[in-house]
Design a protein around this ligand. Structure first.
Ligand code: UD1
Length: 424
């Protein structure tokens, strides 16, 4: 197991290229199951979750090869319909194969994901959606067994605007007979990007980017080449890291439009931000001028995936107190005890973290542990701004979603080293 050693105090400066969106690629990859053939997915981030999805697709009989950021997938010989526990338990996004397998083969056996690091994360909406499309669903030995000779279009209202359920149902509905309407659909950019790829493949979808998707099923789809959108969560993480260190950096290959809510909050903190079509420049001063509350929400609100990083920023040298509320995942606070080990002053009440800070309060390095991907990113941000050395353990969580993070941060002037602990 690797760990990061970070010496805090360096202001981030320079340029960083943002990778393709992890959550985007994890939706595009299973979409290739829908139509046998060869696909090139460009700008695919080279990271652990993408390798996990590649392994699952290979297990199903596909051929996957990732060269740098160019992912080649051949689903011609994909012929298995079981997604085993070992793959799904490690990454919930594996559940995305349910819809495409069911649509192409009329059957799918997919392990239930189980809990995740910060609490229960149900898949009931995915399952209800498939049932509405006419699938017969059984739960046996921890597996969802879905069967449908032919999926039939239906009206599906999602009680919660779920990204995963929207993507899964959308993929299944492209090959259903008749029209499907998904209301309260997720409008996250990664779902919009998935819908655009499906249209390129020949799907008929109206309302892309809105909360009502209308899908008219077609008989067959065709393989295509596609390019992943930039990772807005990775981008936000670098912006927040720059703010936490009083840095000045430029983000390349980014879509500022996807980050409107985060940029507005950073500006409220006193950061200066300028954007071009695919660049963002941020200049920040330390201490952070003003503590700013956030409340996470579905897109275009503040993403839950930056809640932990924002909490770290607020815990660094900052003028005032702040309240951070997560309305999407109400118990996603595993990073707080670790931030407290670095000297942060944070209380949790229900689904809110109350952070006390002051301009002369400095976090101090310590040994900490990443409990999940974004919790790990928060610890990196705190460590970069802290005095002294921080050791972050269990960084395999961070490797799931940040491509070459230590290289990118080193290029920005940070002191961060990866150490193989099994060699010590
Ligand atoms: C995706 C993202 C994840 C992000 C999350 C919210 C991927 C691979 N992951 O996860 O990084 O944090 O969106 O933006 O894209 N829910 C139900 N029933 C369901 C499904 C979800 O009640 O069947 C609830 C969840 O408990 C949660 C809310 O819906 O409260 C949103 O979850 P969802 O959008 O489904 O998250 P994921 O797709 O799992």
């Amino acid at each position: 197991m690797d760990k990061f050693i970070i010496k805090g105090g360096n202001r981030l400066h320079g340029r960083v290229k943002i990778s393709g969106a992890k959550n985007g690629a994890l939706a595009l990859m299973p979409a290739t199951i829908l139509a046998p053939g060869t696909y090139h997915l460009h700008n695919t981030p080279n990271l652990r979750d993408v390798w996990t999805m590649s392994r699952l697709m290979t297990e199903l009989g596909a051929f996957c090869e990732l060269n740098d950021n160019d992912l080649f997938i051949d689903t011609t010989n994909l012929n298995k319909t079981t997604a085993p526990y070992e793959h799904v338990k490690n990454m919930r996004a594996s559940f995305y194969v349910l819809g495409p397998l069911l649509a192409r083969f009329g059957e799918a056996k997919v392990s239930l994901p189980g809990g995740c690091a910060w609490g229960p994360r149900p898949v009931d909406l995915h399952i209800k959606g498939m049932q509405k499309l006419g699938a017969d669903i059984k739960l046996e030995n921890g597996y969802i067994i879905a069967k449908a000779e032919k999926l039939i279009g239906a009206k599906i209202h999602l009680d919660v605007s779920s990204v995963g359920a929207t993507g899964n149902i959308l993929m299944a509905a492209t090959l259903a007979k008749g029209t499907t309407i998904i209301s309260n659909a997720a409008t996250e950019p990664e779902i919009t990007a998935l819908a655009r790829m499906l249209v390129k493949m020949g799907a008929k979808i109206n309302g892309i980017g809105t909360a009502i998707l209308e899908i008219e099923g077609v008989d067959r789809l065709n393989p295509v080449d596609e390019t992943s959108i930039p990772d807005r969560i990775e981008a936000a993480t670098y912006l927040i890291a720059a703010a936490a260190t009083g840095g000045a950096i430029e983000l390349e290959n980014v879509n500022p439009y996807h980050l409107t809510a985060v940029i507005a909050k950073l500006e409220e903190c006193g950061c200066e931000i300028n954007v071009n079509s695919d660049n963002i420049f941020i200049t920040a001063k330390q201490p952070v001028k003003k503590a700013v509350d956030i409340k996470t929400a579905i897109y275009p609100g503040i993403p839950t995936d930056i809640q932990a990083q924002w909490t770290a920023l607020m815990a660094c040298k900052c003028e005032g107190n702040s309240k951070i509320t997560d309305t999407v995942y109400t118990d996603r606070f595993k990073h707080i005890p670790e931030l407290i080990r670095l000297g942060a002053d944070i209380d949790i009440v229900d689904n809110s973290a109350f952070v006390k800070s002051s301009p002369d309060k400095t976090l101090v390095g310590a040994q900490v542990m990443a409990s999940d991907l974004r919790a790990g990113a928060a610890l990196i941000i705190a460590a970069l701004s802290a005095e002294g050395t921080t050791e972050i353990h269990r960084i395999y969580h961070i490797d799931r979603g940040y491509e070459a993070i230590e290289k990118k941060l080193t290029n920005l002037g940070a002191y961060i080293k990866r150490v193989r602990t099994d060699l010590i």
